[in-house]
Design a protein. Structure first.
Length: 309
């Protein structure tokens, strides 16, 4: 009897010591956008780091980074490249033109808004059928699961939507609610200096628009507490803080039910919303989300605090 018990104990011990099976995480059908999002064979972009992308990605996805389309100036990394026609040419080589359906995959709230930033960039260039989703969303692109070849598009000239962004000079003017003085060149004003340095926003003159402006800071509460625009005496426009993550659902789609919370903070659809983050990535994502939610007078200050300094 003792021998039987001893043998049983040894068997149980051996079973307990065996290596546990590796947990396999499926890339298919996890949290994500509705299945119809993949209908029509969209161009799929993946904005994660190359290492993560190479570990696993949706068949046919193309790995890009928001930095690929931005300034190389270390003081204004979030500003788009000057030559947007060159950016459009690059997009045509990966199958994107203004009529393309584009699905942008990323890490959602575990990332830093890169998907929304790319979505905003595409909309600036005139590509309007753009969606965001988690990278875990997958769909069999073909029965074998092979990578479908990238089909180039014809070269196209972007129709830039300038209402989606605001430069540093204009941002400062509306934030301080003060027009900068015209510069004098010698005894005469040059034709260039005669031009107002501040553009009209959404068809309104400066005095009309400045009364509708609200600044939306979409950094974290911790970042906001360390430094924000309310600490600058010359800033007169109201400043509201709401973290960028609140603008997206857990499945990385736009949180359209956030409108009531925004209204409770004084952000309504008749306001001009100037969105700011560190260097235009999170603010780009939020500008994209706000437009999807119906806040059409939203602009991204792509230079962010990095350029403000």
């Amino acid at each position: 009897m003792k021998l039987v018990i001893s043998a049983l104990v040894m068997v149980l011990a051996l079973v307990a010591c065996q290596t546990k099976p590796t947990k396999v995480t499926s890339e298919q059908g996890v949290i994500g956008a509705p299945e119809k999002l993949m209908d029509g064979g969209p161009v799929i972009l993946d904005v994660r780091a190359p290492f993560e992308f190479n570990l696993a990605h949706v068949p046919g996805a193309i790995n890009i980074r928001w930095e690929d389309f931005s300034s190389q100036d270390p003081n204004s990394r979030g500003v788009l490249q000057d030559d947007l026609f060159a950016v459009a040419r690059r997009l045509s080589l990966i199958g994107i033109d203004p009529d393309s359906k584009v699905v942008i995959l990323g890490k959602g709230k575990l990332g830093a808004g890169e998907e929304g930033r790319i979505a905003w960039t595409l909309e600036v260039l005139g590509v309007k059928n753009v969606h965001t989703a988690l990278h875990t969303v997958a769909r069999e692109m073909n029965p074998k699961g092979d990578e479908p070849p990238v089909k180039n598009k014809s070269m196209w000239k972007p129709v830039v939507d300038e209402s989606l962004f605001i430069d540093s000079k204009n941002f400062k003017a509306y934030a301080t609610q003060k027009l900068p003085p015209l510069k004098m060149t010698g005894k005469k004003k040059s034709k260039k200096a005669m031009d107002l340095p501040v553009s009209s926003l959404f068809g309104m003159n400066f005095n009309e628009a400045k009364l509708k402006v609200v600044i939306l800071d979409v950094r974290s509460s911790a970042e906001y507490g360390i430094n924000n625009l309310t600490k600058y005496k010359n800033v007169k426009a109201p400043v509201v803080q709401l973290e960028w993550k609140e603008f997206f659902t857990d499945s990385n789609t736009v949180a359209k039910d956030l409108a009531k919370k925004l209204e409770s903070k004084g952000i309504t659809q008749d306001k001009i919303i100037m969105v700011i983050s560190s260097h235009g990535v999170r603010s780009g994502a939020v500008t994209f989300a706000l437009r999807e939610m119906g806040f059409r007078q939203s602009v991204n200050f792509a230079g962010g605090y990095e350029q403000w300094k």
